[in-house]
Each structure stands twice: as structure tokens, then as C-alpha cells.
Design a protein around this ligand. Structure first.
Ligand code: CA
Ligand code: CA
Ligand code: CA
Length: 497
């Protein structure tokens, strides 16, 4: 330890001496010399304009480019070059370049260029696009009196404020971007932005042409799917013995078309494919609400990914992915060309129709738990829950999540695993307490809107009491979370419709 300290001290002294001697010797002889090479003095500009400079001298750290004393941009590596996107005004303007070295010495050059009258008031471009969306970006005005941007879209031969208004941004002058979704693949669109000031003046962008991409082929995550035939079952709390929460009532028959469901919760190994394929930065997999949520929260991976105190990430391939929002689950579903289950699909896969017609609606209902009506059937543990609490005397072997499929004796009659416990699972539907009172019968997809999305099945953080064993892990228990919520006990599985 002492040896290292002494070495560092010596190094600092050497550096200090070298630094001093260099400075003494140079006397500014090595000060940077900079010359703007593009455009040339007197040139007429057309936007976007690239500005390039040569800079010579020792240890140059950066070259700063300015127009009329406002910074355009800075470059730190030769060849020194920046993108000049726009100048609001016309006539002769002075372009300057400053080169600066590590000792704070500078060199400067300046030229005069001519900015002609533009056919638009400010520039509009796109940052990214996919088969069904485009991420637009436009000029950020310095003036704070701008208070509204309207984005219009057309698939015809012109675009103006009589076309479809696809975004309106009010009171946020700094938000000069919009994510336009639900476009048709391989189609041509035109966009234009109108910027309104508080005193009513209006500025208009260039017309931007965008052709959407073709639809990419889906990725294969290797999941094992279980096929379920068209059937009608009783959904909701249907057993004659009382109990259940109000939102589990009333029990009602539901008919489902055939579909396939993942045998297991989506694992870290599977989700890693999405991360490694830059799924978080590819707009192809996101809708507008998910993309804006991700952008504004700077989300680049699941919340618990590679965290030191939780089994989730690169080193836990067999564990369920957790700490993901509904938006991330939806993006992954698109990535593999599948869907989140509807709440009805989820419940049917969990409870099946092996029970009796207890509520007399003419349709069989499945059982309280995927494996039967008794949480501890055969005096055994069938799922990962918070065991050993509240009078429960069992030990399920896991304090956090368990590798998926750790409890084969807990599979549903169809063979679907971990439907009770381990991680709670996102469904596609909005959550509503009273939704069952509408008696939705034919392939229900949930309320049209809401504030929370359905989660199902309970998780490893919920206990079981001695008096009501498995109360929070029943096949009918319902829960909800806001789509942007990320929880270490929530994951998901998918369906193929
Ligand atoms: Ca029934
Ligand atoms: Ca447990
Ligand atoms: Ca589960």
C-alpha cells in the first residue's frame, strides 16, 4: 500500500516538473492554429450544412463552431466537423471556429457566408422510423414565447394544416419531438409542423417525406407453447363456498377461440435476446405510449437486470425476467411476434374446466389452484410463494424468484407451469373492478381504457395463511398495476393467437 502511495507521489512530481518545463519551453509556440475549410468564405449556404476545420498544434482538445456568436456544436477529434442544421434569418453571417488545447491556449478563424431565404421557417427531420412508426424531431426555438406545436400528416400529394393532426404539443416549448404510430408498412407519408407563438404568429417547417420500413420477421425465443382448443368456461369466483374479492364477481361464462400459451414465464435468457438485439432502441417493437415512457425515463434494461441482490440478468438464464413494465412486456411480445394473454386467456390456462358446474351456468369451472382445490394437496408445496409466514408451516425452497418450472406438481391441467406464484404476470387488458358485471362472453379483451393493466397469479412475495391457504394465489385472484410500474415480483408470459 505504502509502495503504491510513494509511486503515485513520485509520478505526480514528475508530471508536475514535465508540465512546468513544457510550459516554460513552449511560450505559446504550440498554440493551436485553426482554419475553416468548408464552406469557403463568401459561399452561399444550403441546409443542412457541414462545417469542417483543420486544426494543428499539440494536444488539441476541441474545436468549437459558432454562428453570430451562438455555438452550433463542438467536435473533439480530427477531422473537426459539425452539422449546421439551420439558421433562422437571412443575409451575411459570420462563422467562427475556436480550437483549444489542454493548456487553455486557443486559435481562431472566421469567414462570412450568405444564408439565402429558406422555403420554410424551421427544419423538420426524423430520428428513427420502423414499419409502423416514425420519431420526428424539429428545430428547438430559443424564444420562450412559443407555446404550441401541431404536427400534420398526409399520405397524399401535399400536406398542410387541413390534413390529419397527429400530434399537438402545448406549453412545452422544449419538447420538439413526436412519436407517430399506427402507420402502414412500406407506405409514403408527408409531415409538417406548425409552431405557434403566444402572440399568435405561426412558423411552418419544411415538408418531410418518410417511407415506412417493411415488417421484419419475428424473432424466435425458443419458448415451449401449449395449445388450447376452443372452449367455454366459467370465469371469476364461481365456487359455492363464499370468499373472494369483489372484483372476482360475478362468475360468468366466457368463450375463447383456440390459442397457445407459453408453458413458462419468460426467462432472463429469452429477454436477454431482446436486450442484445438493441430492442430498447428499435422503435419497431414499441407503440407511442411505450416509446415516450421509455424515452422520458431513459429505460435501457429491466430494473433488476444484473442487480447484485436479485436473481435476474445475464447470470440467471433460467429465472423469470422481472422489473419490467407492461410497455416492456408488450415490446418483447412484438419482438417475438406474439401477444400478452388476455385476462380470460390467462385464467382459462390456469384453471381449466376439470371441476364441476358449481354455479349452475351450464359450464364447468376449473379449480381454485392450477393443480386442484387444495393449496397444500398431498401435504406438498406446489408453487413459489412466501412460505413459512402467518401460520404456514411449509418451506418452498426459495426466498426470491425460482427458476421457471421448479414446481412441476403445480402445473395446470393443461401443463402450464407457475400460473400460481413465482412472478405475477402482466395481461393485455385494462383492469376494472366491475368489468365482470358487463358479462363479457366472446373472447373478451377488457375495458377500452383505464389506468392500470391486469396482473395475475400472485407471486413469491405473497404469503399463505393457515386459515385461508393460498388465498392470494387462487386462479381467480385479480390485481392491477399502472403500465409504467416496474416491480421485482412481476414478469409475464405470452400467447400465440
Ligand atoms: Ca359454471
Ligand atoms: Ca418462496
Ligand atoms: Ca406466475
Amino acid at each position: 500500500m505504502n509502495g503504491i502511495k510513494i509511486f503515485v507521489s513520485v509520478l505526480l512530481i514528475v508530471l508536475f516538473v514535465v508540465g512546468c518545463s513544457k510550459k516554460d519551453d513552449s511560450n505559446g509556440d504550440n498554440a493551436p492554429v485553426v482554419e475553416i475549410t468548408e464552406p469557403a468564405d463568401g459561399d452561399t449556404i444550403s441546409f443542412p450544412q457541414i462545417i469542417t476545420a483543420n486544426a494543428t498544434g499539440d494536444e488539441i482538445e476541441q474545436v468549437i463552431f459558432l454562428v453570430s456568436d451562438d455555438t452550433i456544436d463542438t467536435d473533439t477529434a480530427s477531422p473537426y466537423s459539425v452539422y449546421w442544421s439551420f439558421y433562422m434569418g437571412t443575409g451575411d453571417v459570420v462563422l467562427k471556429a475556436f480550437a483549444m488545447n489542454s493548456r487553455g491556449q486557443t486559435g481562431a478563424d472566421s469567414i462570412t457566408v450568405f444564408v439565402p431565404q429558406q422555403e420554410y421557417d424551421f427544419p423538420l427531420t426524423y430520428i428513427d422510423k420502423s414499419s409502423h412508426n416514425v420519431y420526428l424531431s424539429w428545430w428547438q426555438f430559443d424564444e420562450l414565447f412559443f407555446n404550441r406545436y401541431d404536427v400534420y400528416m398526409s399520405d397524399g400529394s401535399s400536406v398542410d394544416s387541413t390534413d390529419e393532426l397527429v400530434a399537438s404539443i402545448v406549453g412545452r416549448v422544449g419538447d420538439t419531438c413526436a412519436f407517430i404510430d399506427e402507420l402502414i408498412p412500406e407506405s409514403d407519408y408527408m409531415f409538417i409542423v406548425y409552431a405557434y407563438s403566444q402572440i399568435g404568429s405561426c412558423f411552418v417547417s419544411n415538408i418531410l417525406f418518410v417511407q415506412t420500413n417493411s415488417v421484419p420477421s419475428a424473432n424466435d425465443d425458443g419458448a415451449e407453447l401449449i395449445s388450447l382448443s376452443t372452449d367455454t368456461f366459467t370465469m371469476g369466483y364461481s365456487w359455492t363456498e363464499g370468499g373472494g374479492e369483489s372484483e372476482e364477481y360475478p362468475a360468468h361464462p366466457v368463450r375463447l377461440n383456440s390459442y397457445s400459451i407459453y408453458k413458462n414465464e419468460v426467462t432472463c435468457e429469452q429477454f436477454k435476446q431482446f436486450i442484445d438485439a438493441d430492442g430498447y432502441s428499435n422503435p419497431e417493437w414499441w407503440d407511442s405510449s411505450g416509446w415516450m415512457w421509455k424515452e422520458s425515463n431513459e429505460i435501457t434494461q429491466p430494473q433488476q437486470w444484473n442487480s447484485a441482490d436479485f436473481p435476474c440478468g445475464d447470470d440467471y438464464p433460467a429465472y423469470p425476467v422481472v422489473g419490467i413494465s407492461w410497455f416492456e412486456a408488450m415490446a418483447y411480445a412484438r419482438f417475438v411476434g406474439r401477444d400478452l394473454p388476455t385476462e380470460a386467456q390467462w385464467e382459462y390456462a390456469a384453471r381449466g374446466t376439470l371441476g364441476s358446474d358449481e354455479n349452475g351456468d351450464g359450464y364447468l369451472e376449473g379449480e381454485r389452484f392450477p393443480w386442484g382445490n387444495d393449496f397444500h394437496a398431498g401435504d406438498a408445496v406446489h408453487c413459489n410463494y412466501l412460505s413459512g409466514e402467518q401460520g404456514d408451516t411449509y418451506d418452498d425452497g426459495y426466498e426470491q424468484t425460482a427458476p421457471v418450472g421448479s414446481y412441476p406438481n403445480g402445473a395446470s391441467v393443461f401443463g402450464v407451469e407457475d400460473m400460481s406464484g413465482n412472478v405475477e404476470e402482466w395481461c393485455s387488458d385494462w383492469f376494472e373492478n366491475t368489468y365482470y358485471w358487463d358479462n363479457p362472453f366472446d373472447n373478451p379483451t377488457g375495458p377500452h381504457t383505464g389506468t392500470e393493466k391486469v396482473t395475475r397469479g400472485g407471486s413469491f412475495i405473497l404469503y399463505s395463511t393457515a386459515s385461508l391457504p393460498g388465498y392470494f394465489h387462487r386462479t381467480t385472484i385479480r390485481s392491477g398495476l399502472q403500465p409504467g410500474n416496474r416491480r421485482y415480483f412481476v414478469g409475464f408470459r405470452l400467447v400465440q393467437n
